[in-house]
Design a protein around this ligand. Structure first.
Ligand SMILES: [Zn+2]
Length: 142
């Protein structure tokens, strides 16, 4: 198996963990870093796992769904009033669990099929690392 890694740094978005007893229950932002490890059994005709020049679809997904968004859990009781009419004031991303771990799992579920589709099933996301900041990160390995 071959792997390569692409890092998307400084993605600003907010989240909250509404079940947390401490300050993580309040909406707060981080400048997140998303690190994707791609894998394949055989490289493409250029010898690449994935062509870094052909990953615009990932950047576009990040910009459309994460950049300047607020990520909330599907069972967050505040969702009743934070349904935005459009994304001009408040961009909302609802995931099963808005912890960093839950967001990492959600991102893998969203991005891995895109990578598989783009590469005809030849490559996939073998590992996803999500950094809240320089100190705290989570890793999702399917
Ligand atoms: Zn946080």
């Amino acid at each position: 198996m071959l792997t390569c890694r692409k890092v998307y740094a400084d993605i600003p978005f907010a989240h909250r963990q509404h079940r947390h007893a401490g300050h993580c229950a309040r909406i707060h932002g981080h400048s997140w870093t998303l690190s994707l490890t791609f894998a394949c059994r055989e490289p493409d005709r250029h010898g690449f796992v994935v062509d870094f020049g052909g990953l615009r679809f990932l950047r576009e997904w990040i910009d459309a769904h994460l950049d300047h968004a607020c990520v909330l859990s599907a069972d967050d009781p505040e969702l009743a009033w934070v349904r935005p009419k459009d994304g001009s004031v408040f961009k909302l991303l609802v995931v099963a669990n808005a912890s960093a771990e839950g967001i990492a799992r959600h991102l893998h579920g969203a991005l891995d099929p895109l990578v598989r589709a783009e590469t005809g099933g030849r490559a996939w996301i073998a590992e996803l690392e999500l950094h809240e900041d320089s100190r705290n990160s989570v890793r999702f390995v399917p």
